[in-house]
Design a protein around this ligand. Structure first.
Ligand code: AMP
Length: 213
């Protein structure tokens, strides 16, 4: 089953996607991760998007659609989890076409609902293990040993350049302006499921599993 995780930055999409990858052999397709990889490896495209991402603006549809197209041609294993894509109606249309052309279907769109105050706290406190991608938080999820990843033992903890309050405000504005119309769109297509993204991680996980099953 292929699913979209929809929600503002900090809603917990990445955390839930990682869990589904581990337990259901699904493939996480995070356009944010792909763009950060391109930026870190210094490709032309990476250089082009770096500033846009730092500001909290969306990069162009063409770029992200191209990234997703490449991935859809590969093995889908237990299904794709679209995390941070689509973010515009044009991206949603492109996804539909791409899936049809590769003989795949979209099973569900899961909207993770959260209120804005919680997001600022979640985002400004979060960091990840640079080796395995496990997500941590200063207040709510610290590793057992400070600076050492519980999952892989790595010590390369990273904070995102755009996880500051100014960029977050802009990312939220982009979300409400360009991405939130997708909620109505998928609702009309009867594909939308809503979960309470403010509940604790295991409860959110259980709600998502109920949709998948
Ligand atoms: P994320 O990791 O999903 O929060 O994405 C980080 C940043 O990458 C966003 O603020 C955008 O600048 C860019 N980005 C990621 N996914 C998309 C997308 N689907 N469309 C446009 N820009 C994106």
């Amino acid at each position: 089953m292929n699913i979209i995780l929809l929600g503002p930055p900090g809603a917990g999409k990445g955390t839930q996607a990682r869990y589904l990858v581990e337990t259901r052999d699904m493939i996480q397709l995070s356009t944010g991760d792909m763009l950060r990889e391109a930026k870190d490896s210094g490709t032309e495209m990476g250089k082009k998007v770096a500033e846009v991402m730092a500001r909290g603006d969306l990069v162009t549809d063409d770029i992200v659609i191209g990234l997703i197209r490449e991935k859809l041609e590969g093995d889908s294993k237990g299904g794709f989890i679209f995390d941070g894509f689509p973010r515009t109606l044009a991206q949603a249309d492109a996804l539909e076409e791409l899936m049809a052309s590769t003989g795949q279907t979209l099973g569900a769109v899961i909207e993770m609902q959260v209120d804005e105050d919680a997001l600022v706290e979640r985002i400004t406190g979060r960091y990840t293990c640079g080796d395995c991608g496990e997500v941590y938080h200063d207040a709510t999820k610290r590793p057992a040993v400070e600076g050492v990843c519980d999952k892989c033992g790595g010590t390369n903890m990273k904070r995102r350049a755009d996880d500051n309050e100014a960029s977050l405000r802009q990312r939220l504005m982009e979300y409400y302006k360009k991405t939130s119309p997708l909620i109505g769109y998928y609702y009309a297509k009867r594909q939308l499921h809503r979960v309470d993204g403010l509940a604790d991680i295991d409860k959110v996980r259980a709600e998502i599993e109920a949709v998948l099953d």
